[in-house]
Design a protein around this ligand. Sequence first.
Ligand SMILES: Cc1ncc(COP(=O)(O)O)c(C=O)c1O
Length: 409
Amino acid sequence: MHSDNQMNDNEIINLENKYLASTYSKIPFVVTKGNGSTLWDTNGEEYIDCASGYGVALVGHCNPKVTEAIKIQSEKLLTCHCSMYNETRANLLNKLLRIAPNSMNRAFLCSSGAESVDAAIKIARKNTRRPGIIAMTGSYHGKTIGALSTTWNKRYREPFEPLLPEVTFASFGDSEQIREKVSNKTAAILVEPVQGETGIKPAPDGFLKEIREICDENGSLLIFDEIQTGFGRTGRMWASEHWGVDPDVMCISKSIAGGLPMGATLARDDVMQSMMIGDHSTTFGGNPLSCAAAIAVIDYILNEDLVKRAESIGNIFKNGLDKLTKKYKIAREARGLGLMLALEMRFDVRNILRNALKERVVLLNSGRTILRFLPPLVISEQEIKQVLNVLNELLEKEEASKFENNSSK
Ligand SMILES: Cc1ncc(COP(=O)(O)O)c(C=O)c1O
């Protein structure tokens, strides 16, 4: 397959570097096409995608059911503000709330993860008439001012202070510390059931149940950020199901519309009822195009039993990573649930990321030392084996070079 691009790689890279706000750390990889778990570069070379655009392409790139739904909807109606009614949106709401945790029965529709977190913060403040949010150490909730205020990494927060007041952080997993911090000013506790950006860290057993109890005792709301974990990624439709705990408010986005921008904040009826006309709105929220794509995504997940697939194929991937951890001293730990996995190394992983790309595997990192795997749930067993083989070769080389360097000192 050859590229239809009119520009060569250097021209594309130069234009983006010249004109795009330089807020992204970029890799010199020009992508022209995607299908399932495969990406193509401008020379027609194939890559196995273990990144999914940071967890978006869950049902695969350009899933034919999704692109078909987009095509059909694109010829009917692209925009329809939520101040009017639309059948595609009504259908999506019906489907989404059927698969949502039992406690969720209303949705606010928006266009990104951070927006859905901002809405959750407003809902919690309005419903409880309290200002405080307790977020977790290691959290990532996005970079709009509201979401950023609850994101742990100081490097992201400090240049933009002052942020939202009354946000405090408690150690992820330490319910005693949360019990000490919670007060009659706490509107909500905000948690990712599996922390994503800080290296795939599942909540310790018992933790979500304990904070559920703390919220109930204190009249605070429990918000789960399932933006990265939702829609089967962890081998359950929602990661919170691993621990059997329902939230009062839930944030979702990323994979929901198969690659089109969409987010949603779900809440219990009585909680959402405190939001009145005019309290919150967004022009593109619930547009029929994203809704049509999201219907196709949900149908595909259910029809193809992708949630179970994430669990079974995720176990194969995880076992392979465990073996690498045992084999190489430079590997510290493999962890994660379903197809949300990490391999923590003892060294900087930038070399491995670069070399994996040369071997036609697209990986992600979390911080300096953690490799992160968020492949489409349609990735084949064969492709996972190929990825593990590439990792095996790269780790062997890295380990050899580390020991050479050490022995020559
Ligand atoms: C758990 C979590 N919450 C929120 C966000 C922010 O989403 P967005 O980048 O769409 O604003 C992300 C993005 O990576 C995320 O992983």
